[in-house]
Design a protein around this ligand. Sequence first.
Ligand code: ADP
Length: 502
Amino acid sequence: MIKKVLVANRGEIAVRIIRSCREMGLKSVAVYSDADRSSMHVRYADEAWRLGPAPSTESYLNIDKIIQVAKESKADAIHPGYGFLSENTEFANRIREAGLIFIGPSAEAITAMGDKMTAREMMKKAGVPIVPGTDQLPESEDEIKALARKIGYPVMLKASAGGGGKGMRLVKTEKELLPSLLRARSEARNAFGNEAVYMEKYLLEPHHIEFQIMADNHGNVVHLFERECSVQRRHQKVIEETPSPFITEEIRAAMAEQAIAAAKSVNYSGAGTVEFLVDKDRNFYFLEMNTRLQVEHPITERVTGIDLVKAQIKVASGEVLAFKQEDIAQRGHAIEARIYAEDPANNFIPSPGLIRHITQPLGLGVRTDGYAYEGYEIPVYYDPLISKLIVWAPTRAEAIKRMKRALYEYKITGVKTNIPFVQRIMEAEAFVKGNYNTHFIDDNLEQLLQPETENTQYEDIAMIMAYLDFQNRQHKRMDFGQKAGNQSNWKNFGRLFRHNPY
Ligand code: ADP
């Protein structure tokens, strides 16, 4: 029985996991680095323990320290979230060796799926279609060239240990092949400590469509339908939606079947995602399996009504899945936008710093999974994700309108954000029509980077004017009205303002 969960992560995902723990009546333990002392997850958990200095190698990646904290705090399970140690075999093993529960799949499943070349081999054996390509590359340069010719240009060189959209190289002609291979190997060595690289056919106009899987330790494996994740920048997802506007009922059923076969082939347990690339003729190929909770899991929760974190915790405690395949349906349409502290106009450079003001969108069909608050300083050390904005509506068209409305309400000052950029995506013809692939952002970049409309600029000015007026009035009241006692007017003002943002 799990009674207390340590969340080995930070930011929005730590908060999101603790929320489910709270609803289940479980105690939560947050861990933090020095840069995260005042982070929301630290405030929100039942307990918070320091891991170490800001760099993740000394804090969120410090396996010894995390296990030590789990023991001292008497937690009986560890949830890894996503990123950091979530797909680290050693972490999963060490947790289990310490007599604790790792909320995730077996170390064997993580290992098999963590290496792209191994995963491809296993899928081939399981009869799951994979992107045409090679396993291990041959030694001789001539043989490598011959292989590329056989696959057909353009090809992609991929680091077997790669992830997070990194470690990929597009090769368009034979002339580029060997120099690219040299660079790919050295990049892979530096970034992932493993220089193994393989070759894949580069699919034209592909879609990235993935299936959410949930499995227990009693042989039950179900899927929770797909997520369309083709709005990407540099191979990283920006917007996700479900259902996919691209696939048909038949393709959906065929992909679901293969996703379940993929999970079964590694005796999968817990929440996982089987990613596919789908070409323009709707042929689909296994890309990789992520053996953890994904950033974009909330859209699946929204259309299926299933809390994936609770399901993960129950499976980890040995329970049988509470739902069967026939109980799971996709209701309505959900879209998620990743809201980053970044400057799209300046090559999307991260924009960490102090959040001076934040108004989160609310209202029917809106969910924000975030962790920022007014006065919070987004640290420079980690991913600059501020929140995930998730909307739901009965139809896709209504969901887009709702997302636009929510983005309109979303006000953040102090740091630059990609909110206007996401708003432009919601207005782009190809997106509105549901007629887009992974090249969408590159193909429409100029339009997506258009500055905000005059109206919104005026709106900002109006907000500043209202703020100044408010400030003026508050100040007068405190100066000439009741005595402020021994507290400074600035402090009083800060308190008042926090509750009255406008
Ligand atoms: P990572 O593990 O780094 O996320 P993936 O293998 O999942 O890498 O690929 C990330 C993205 O890169 C895909 O969603 C797709 O947009 C692009 N991509 C990967 N492989 C191919 C390919 N063979 N052809 C075309 N695009 C690809």
